[in-house]
Write a protein that binds this ligand. Structure first.
Ligand SMILES: [Zn+2]
Length: 344
């Protein structure tokens, strides 16, 4: 029986050493140490031995079982370590590979144009003022010299919430509100960018919602020549140093005199092309000297103070600058359109 045990141990150790996988090792453990294994068989046969030999054989059988168990555990650790090493080496990260590019967004073309215009005017000492888009009839019309039933209101039909509250049709109410805050003391020097609303039918050049940037400068001795100088600089910064501007008489209720401002065509330099409709000039904004009524209503003494104001549509500026043919592109949010305006 002793011999039988030693043979079993020898066989088992040899098989364990040859085992190439954890599965194989597990099978060997079951084969030798399981309930139906030869060691158990040997232990069961102990009863047939003479009483004095039993303890010795029992001890030997236990030693053999422990030796095999020990061997299996050692081998198991070794196989597990090898498996881990193989896994680690197959999953090595090559840190020298180039990274995946991160997708970067870009500013909306209107945001880009508005920021460019803001920077320009901030450089000339203007500050940026904002106001509510839901506005009262008083600030949107009356304070701007457009009393109820004034015919010019027809050009600015809005979305009324009540009879006296509406979506603003222009950013001019911000001018009225800012002047009020100054309580009759200049200088007031602001630009006010923002969304405005008109009851227009959408087409290639009209949208029921669009943007405006207005400027206002009120102080003692502000003259028409200041307006012309400011707007010339604006046109040259935005459309090129060669540009000139032209003022044409016009009408706005809140300015007197009022002008339409044209810039010399940046495409053909004034020779005439499709962009300037063969005239050499492109209309870019409206402007004028602030009407005395508007100054008085905002608490300024119109004999002491004068001012100029101007208003433009960033959509129109962006359409001209980037050659965009339809205002609706700005609001459709098609990424293929918007991605063309990445700034360097
Ligand atoms: Zn032209």
């Amino acid at each position: 029986m002793q011999e039988r045990l030693m043979t079993l141990q020898g066989e088992a150790v040899e098989k364990i050493e040859k085992a190439a996988s954890l599965k194989e090792l597990q099978d060997i453990r079951v084969e030798y140490l399981g309930k139906k294994g030869p060691i158990t068989e040997v232990l069961k046969g102990m009863g047939k031995l003479p009483a004095e030999e039993r303890p010795k054989m029992g001890q030997l059988a236990n030693e053999v079982r422990d030796a095999i168990t020990q061997k299996v555990e050692t081998k198991q650790e070794k196989l597990e370590r090898e498996a881990l090493d193989a896994k680690l080496s197959s999953e090595t990260i090559d840190v020298t590979l180039p990274g995946r590019p991160v997708r970067k967004g870009n500013a909306h073309p209107l945001t880009a144009v508005i920021e460019e215009i803001e920077d320009l005017f901030i450089g000339m000492g203007f500050s940026v003022a904002e106001g509510p888009e839901v506005e009262t009839d008083y600030y949107n019309f009356e304070a701007l010299n457009l009393p109820k039933n004034h015919p010019a209101r027809d050009m600015q039909d809005s979305f009324f919430i009540t009879e006296d509250i509406l979506l603003r049709t222009q950013t001019s109410p911000v001018q009225a509100r800012t002047m009020e805050k100054h309580e009759g003391r200049g200088p007031v020097k602001i630009i006010s960018p923002g969304k405005v609303y008109r009851r227009d039918t959408d087409d290639a050049t009209h949208s029921h919602q669009f943007m405006q940037i207005e400027g206002l400068y009120v102080d003692k001795d502000v003259r028409m020549s200041d307006l012309k100088g400011t707007l010339t600089l604006f046109a040259q910064k935005l459309f090129g140093a060669e540009r000139e501007i032209r003022l044409r008489p016009s009408f706005f209720p809140f300015t007197e005199p009022s002008v339409e401002v044209d810039v010399s065509c940046f495409k053909c330099n004034g020779k005439g092309c499709s962009i300037c409709k063969r005239t050499g000039w492109i209309e870019i904004l409206g402007a004028g000297m602030v009407h005395p009524n508007v100054l008085e209503m905002a608490g300024f003494d119109s004999k002491e103070y004068t001012g100029f104001a101007f208003g433009m549509g960033p959509e129109r500026i962006a359409m001209l600058k980037y050659g965009i043919d339809d205002i609706r592109h700005f609001y459709a949010n098609d990424v293929r359109f918007l991605e063309q305006f990445k700034r360097a």
